[in-house]
Design a protein around this ligand. Structure first.
Ligand code: F0G
Length: 466
């Protein structure tokens, strides 16, 4: 097709450069199999001259598109006609300056910010992407949508389907691999929920096969429309900073959709002259699911203008299979062996002068407790960003005077078992929940206080607190 269309799909491989219409349902390049982007002929579109122009939409919030924290920036993801946009009020999230957490990380006063994506309708950042994927599904008339999930994608897809009634939902999850808060959402919102033996990677392989055979619309992050929506998280970060660019964005890395979307957002904003520099990106793996860390930091695999070392990646996966090595972390959202957006993330790391780090489950849980004590709280995977920022400060990679934004990807209530396990005062519960992950200590625990049901005993305890 001609690429004079305002929006089109294109292969990320510079050697292939295949382009396809937005009306096609694709989850990979039909020519070479690589990942796809949504690209735009910006000169055929109307784009604001400055980011502050978006502020005019704050006063027209009764228009659902202006209320949405994604679609009020629709000029920056202009692939859909307005009457096809599917929105449920996603993206009402905040950027909060956080002194206590900043101190924990080792930042100077006023330099650490948290972007609370847990405040989305389904309780995670996924709603930013799902509004865009649902919009595309609506544009192409899909009747069934599906995903594999560690829990949040499925909760998000299920809430979009149940709220709008536009399609049925099929979700694939690994058995025993999903936090109860998330599973309860998929079930409650009426998604057909298929639990297969195995983990997220197994579920993703199966859902892709099923979608291909049965013509079902796939909503995992190989869907390039979904990632267009996730760009809006960065627009809101800039909005929260009065349109100033921070020095660092720190984000947990699982399937690497977010980090890929963030890189694309900043590159486009720079190309459009809407920002003058691109922040640095830090992607934080859980130590038990550290494919990106190993390939990027240890083996030095780089985007390299699209000529990345596919053999190194293939060999890494072959070794993983041979050794029967599977991801294991209590941050179940990011318990992923083979991140599908790996090469897009390499591109983002290149564009954003990025770094990758890994943090262990103990570090994740300590950071999670600090986040909880200092704000709205988050689920374990999200706290990897704060633990990662702390590590990067200790290593001197992040300077104490730099402005850092950690993305808190999911709500505190997604995974209460882990939280209660950390704060438990009985060793048995602590060990049951956390022991299998090598967590031995809870230095920031806030133990529940067991007291006899007797006023004097209760008053004695209160005296000891005051
Ligand atoms: N944080 C949370 C809370 C997540 O749910 C996920 C991914 C990530 C971080 C990782 O983001 O994949 O963009 O690097 N959850 C997916 C799911 C896999 O199925 O809900 P990513």
């Amino acid at each position: 097709m001609s690429t004079t269309e305002p929006a089109f799909q294109s292969c990320i491989s510079p050697a292939c450069k295949g382009t396809f219409a937005v009306s096609e349902i694709l989850t990979g390049c039909p020519k070479c199999g690589n990942l796809l982007d949504i690209n735009y002929n910006w000169d055929r579109l109307s784009v604001p001259n400055s980011l502050s122009e978006f502020e005019s939409r704050w006063s027209t919030k009764n228009n659902p598109l202006d209320f949405s924290g994604v679609w009020r920036f629709r000029d920056l993801l202009p692939f859909a006609p307005e009457d096809k946009i599917v929105t449920i009020g996603e993206g009402q999230t905040i950027l909060q300056k956080s002194e206590g957490i900043g101190k924990y990380v080792g930042m100077n006063f006023g330099q650490l910010y948290l972007q609370y994506e847990g405040l989305n309708p389904s309780g995670s950042f996924k709603d930013n992407g799902m509004t865009a994927a649902s919009t595309h599904a609506h544009m192409v008339g899909a009747k069934i949508a599906a995903c594999a999930s560690t829990g949040n994608t499925s909760a998000s897809l299920a809430v979009f389907a149940s709220t709008t009634g536009l399609f049925q939902v099929l979700v694939f999850i690994g058995s025993g691999k999903i936090a109860y808060g998330k599973l309860s959402q998929a079930l409650d919102y009426g998604a057909h929920t298929i639990q297969i033996e195995g983990d997220f990677d197994d579920a993703l392989i199966r859902v892709r096969e099923v979608c291909a055979q049965k013509n079902i619309y796939l909503c995992n992050s190989v869907n390039p429309f979904r990632l267009e929506g996730q760009k809006a998280i960065m627009y809101r970060v800039l909005e929260g900073l009065n349109w100033e660019v921070p020095d660092w964005i720190v984000v947990p890395g699982g399937n690497l959709g977010n980090s890929s979307a963030f890189g694309k957002a900043f590159v486009e904003l720079k190309q459009l002259g809407l920002i003058d520099r691109i922040p640095r990106l830090a992607v934080i793996n859980a130590a038990g699911a550290d494919t990106l860390y190993r390939l990027y930091e240890e083996q030095g695999v780089r985007w390299n203008g699209g000529e990345y070392d596919q053999t190194a990646i293939d060999n890494y996966y072959a070794e993983m299979t041979a050794q029967k090595r599977r991801a294991k972390t209590l941050a179940s959202a990011i318990e992923i062996n083979r991140p599908v957006n790996l090469v897009k993330c390499l591109r983002a790391l290149d564009d954003c002068n990025g770094v990758v780090r890994q943090v262990n489950d103990q570090e994740i849980l300590n950071a999670k407790a600090i986040v909880g004590a200092g704000g709205f709280g988050c689920e374990p995977a999200s706290a990897a960003s704060v633990a990662g920022a702390k590590l990067l400060r200790e290593q001197g990679v992040i300077g104490q005077d730099e402005r850092v934004v950690c993305i808190l990807t999911g709500h505190e209530l997604k995974d209460p078992n882990i939280t209660v396990g950390y704060h438990a005062d009985d060793k048995e519960n602590f060990e049951k929940q956390l022991g299998p992950y090598g967590v031995t200590d809870a230095p920031y625990a806030n133990h529940p206080i067991a007291v006899e049901n007797n006023l004097d005993s209760i008053l004695d305890v209160l005296d000891s607190i005051e």
